[in-house]
Design a protein around this ligand. Structure first.
Ligand code: GLA
Length: 396
């Protein structure tokens, strides 16, 4: 991180002027260990919050203006919008995310009477698919709730973030990213049933192995439209399945039931999409079981299968992330490796034995450079807590 917490506070007063105290908050990014594209299909996911994320300093204003400044986008300068005019505007850039959250609060009946000064700084690598936008949404929600004296549960905050992303920013994402950012817990992954929002924390104790994120450094364009297409394909498949069996979501189907009814889906592409959703959901449940039994090898091999399903059935992988995963699979000491997040670029997540970490980084870096000309980046990550106010944690 480029700034210390006291420096962030200083920057806040420098930009917005002295006066009432600003309060500092944090919401993390996430990495999903397994369960991809299952969250809008009524299935299970298994993400964990990271220790990287988005920081914010906020102070209530007496008028109705929201003033935003991001240390990541200094070229955008100070962006000022009125609470009476919250609409997505391309020219407003990154501020469409926090604006969307304020808009969502009002839509859901949490009236915001006062504006605010808001400073943002994030240390999630841009375009990495580690949920910088979800962390910004959850951060904004948490800051607003606290500053405006509202009482909202963390689950509801996650839902407000998702609602804003779906209806203000036009990305039809599921609940996973916002839920992980809001509900994360140190050294645990969250086993979440996205159908009921019931969840369980699962301690991640990999003994002699580590989680490593590898950034392909590519993000293919039209990610959100490709994502929305996948979602629509699943919805069509569900509608056709509903003509032969009584289900609410693809996540309601067992693998046997899917195989029995799949011919109701008349189109090959949609059948493959639905197959991924059903098999991936089952795999996620099995993988969490394996982890409970301390069978990390089996967890890892399910991660590999999950990648293959993303590549072949969901077609949400891409050449670069396929190369990263395939290089990893060949290295002794790598227990599992797969693309993580929405796809079409971004990162892979791998579980690597401690003694193989250096070799893993070297071989993947060199192999990837040779085959794509791109320089992969590696993050050996820690699993952190969800969104919170930082004032009580340390002296600032
Ligand atoms: C993105 C979305 C999530 C989820 C993943 C794929 O990260 O925001 O809701 O659908 O893709 O698992």
């Amino acid at each position: 991180m480029e700034y210390t917490l006291p420096q962030l506070k200083e920057k806040f007063y420098e930009l917005f002027g002295e006066g009432e105290n600003g309060k500092m908050y944090f919401a993390p990014g996430r990495v999903n260990l397994i369960g991809e594209h299952t969250d809008y299909n009524g299935g299970h996911v298994f993400p964990c919050a990271l220790t990287i994320g988005t920081y914010g300093v906020i102070r209530k204003r007496a008028d109705k203006l929201l003033k935003f400044y991001s240390l990541n986008f200094p070229q955008d300068g100070m962006v000022t919008v009125s609470l009476d005019h919250l609409v997505p505007e391309e020219a407003d850039g990154w501020t469409n995310y926090p604006k969307g959250v304020v808009w969502a609060f009002e839509k859901k009946g949490y009236m915001i009477e006062n504006g605010a000064d808001i400073l943002i700084y994030g240390d999630i690598p841009p375009g990495s698919g580690l949920s910088s936008s979800a962390s910004l949404e959850v951060l904004t929600g948490f800051m607003l709730m606290d500053t405006m004296g509202l009482n909202i549960s963390m689950t509801e905050l996650a839902l407000l973030g998702q609602y804003s992303e779906n209806h203000f920013n036009g990305m039809n994402c599921g609940i996973m990213d916002q839920f992980a950012s809001a509900m994360g817990k140190k050294n645990c992954a969250i086993f979440l049933d996205t159908n009921t929002l019931q969840y369980e924390y699962s301690p991640i104790d990999l003994k002699d192995a580590r989680i490593i994120i590898t950034n392909s450094k590519v993000k293919h364009s039209l990610v959100s439209s490709a994502y929305n297409d996948r979602r629509r394909e699943c919805e069509f498949a569900l509608e056709q399945l509903q003509t032969v069996t009584d289900i609410q979501t693809l996540g309601d189907l067992t693998i046997q039931e899917f195989e029995q009814y799949k011919d109701a889906i008349t189109d090959d592409v949609r059948r493959k999409r639905a197959k991924h959703a059903v098999y991936e959901n089952y795999r996620t449940i099995q993988a969490v079981e394996a982890l409970k039994e301390n069978n990390i090898e089996s967890f890892g091999s399910m991660m590999n299968e999950a990648h293959i399903s993303m590549r072949d059935d969901y077609e949400a992988s891409c050449l670069e992330t396929d190369i990263l995963a395939e290089l990893a699979w060949d290295i002794p000491g790598v227990l599992g490796s797969r693309i993580t997040g929405g796809g079409f670029g971004g990162c892979t997540v791998s579980i690597v034995k401690n003694e193989a970490v250096e070799e893993f980084k070297k071989l993947v870096y060199e192999g990837y450079l040779e085959r794509t000309g791109n320089k992969a980046e590696f993050y050996v990550v820690d699993i952190g807590d969800g969104a919170r106010c930082l004032e009580e944690e340390r002296e600032i």
